[in-house]
Design a protein around this ligand. Structure first.
Ligand code: PBG
Length: 324
């Protein structure tokens, strides 16, 4: 029997495939995470993330200028201080590496990019946890919230457009929102890392930020086994005033991306994390995978799952590929 229904007809030519494509991937949907390290004269490569560097203050500016020229949606800034301490003082110091970088970047790109900053203590604490500790070594949720409020104000005073609370403390979005509003920073928006999992795929990031963490983050980040709980976290964050919510990592959690997209009425972001980047780069370096199509396929899949915005270390490269 000859088939009557022939889905292949819509795959006949590139123009036809382009016309019926359900998902688009555009530069404006991509956000580039960037690392800036205090005291560097020259950028330093991150060995587990080939092509990604810890920026110096000046190389960071070249990177954001390029991101703006490429039409990316934004940049997400991470700071690595020269000295770390128990409470992460560098995070709230107006002269701290991240706060200075925010001011520099906003001066460089103005409104051409959305300038976002990581709002978390782990890069700044000597124990490497995302919060302050109790005397017996547990992460103290509510004392950490006080620190996040101060950090939000420092970042807003530095000029940031959007803060990204990523520490998975309960109530963090409400506290950050109230702190911003109480200081007349009502225009600073909040990208909530809502469903953030205790993931092995963050491995290379720990090198990227010179993390001093011993142990894991399983008392505050989510169990990879849980999807419904990810939806719950996202709904709680929306109720607390999150302007956008995020799922992280992306590729192993595409079902969570879809469920969160269907559950909330704010934009959804997904973070294509360091380990996802490293795996594909490592396979490509071996000649085991065709790098550029694999990058575009991975990013398209995250969009297809329901992410409106994708944070990815390939943002600039993908934007270039999409142009050509
Ligand atoms: C916490 C933070 C982490 C990442 C982004 N923000 C690390 C962690 O929670 O351990 C990971 C990003 C990546 O792996 O690309 N400030």
């Amino acid at each position: 029997m000859r088939p009557v229904v022939r889905p292949r007809r819509l795959r006949t030519t590139p123009a036809l495939r382009r016309m019926v494509a359900e998902t688009s991937l555009e530069a404006r949907q991509l956000v580039l995470p960037l690392f800036v390290r205090e005291g560097l004269e020259e950028p330093v490569p991150i060995s587990s993330m080939p092509g990604v560097v810890q920026h110096s203050r000046s190389s960071l500016l070249a990177a954001v200028a390029e991101a703006a020229e490429l039409g990316l949606g934004g940049v997400m800034l991470f700071g690595i201080p020269e000295t770390k301490d128990a409470t992460g003082s560098g995070a709230v110091d107006p002269g701290g590496v991240l706060n200075l970088a925010i001011t520099d970047v906003v001066a460089e790109v103005g409104d051409a990019l959305t300038v976002m900053s990581d709002l978390c203590l782990d890069e700044f604490t000597d124990h490497g946890h995302c919060g302050v500790l109790t005397p017996d070594g547990r992460v103290d949720n509510d004392r950490t919230l006080e620190r996040y409020a101060e950090m939000a104000l420092a970042q807003a005073d530095a000029g940031v457009d959007m803060v990204g609370p990523s520490g998975m403390m309960d109530g963090q979005v409400a506290v950050v929102r109230a702190a911003l509003d109480g200081a007349d920073h009502t225009d600073v928006s909040v990208l909530a890392y809502s469903a953030k999992y205790a993931s092995a795929f963050f491995g290379p990031f720990r090198e990227a930020v010179d993390s001093s963490l011993v142990g894991d983050r399983r008392t505050y980040q989510q169990d990879p086994a849980n999807g419904t709980e990810g939806v719950r976290e996202a709904l709680l964050d929306v109720a607390q005033g999150a302007d956008l919510v995020m799922v992280k990592p992306a590729l192993s959690y595409l079902d969570v991306v879809r469920r969160v997209r269907d559950a909330v009425d704010v934009p959804v972001a997904a973070y294509n994390v360091s380990g996802e980047y490293a795996m594909l780069e490592a396979a490509a370096a071996q000649g085991w995978i065709d790098r550029e199509p694999a990058i575009l396929e991975a990013l398209t899949s995250i969009r297809r799952a329901g992410a409106d915005i994708v944070l990815t270390y390939w943002a600039a490269e993908a934007a270039r590929l999409l142009r050509s």
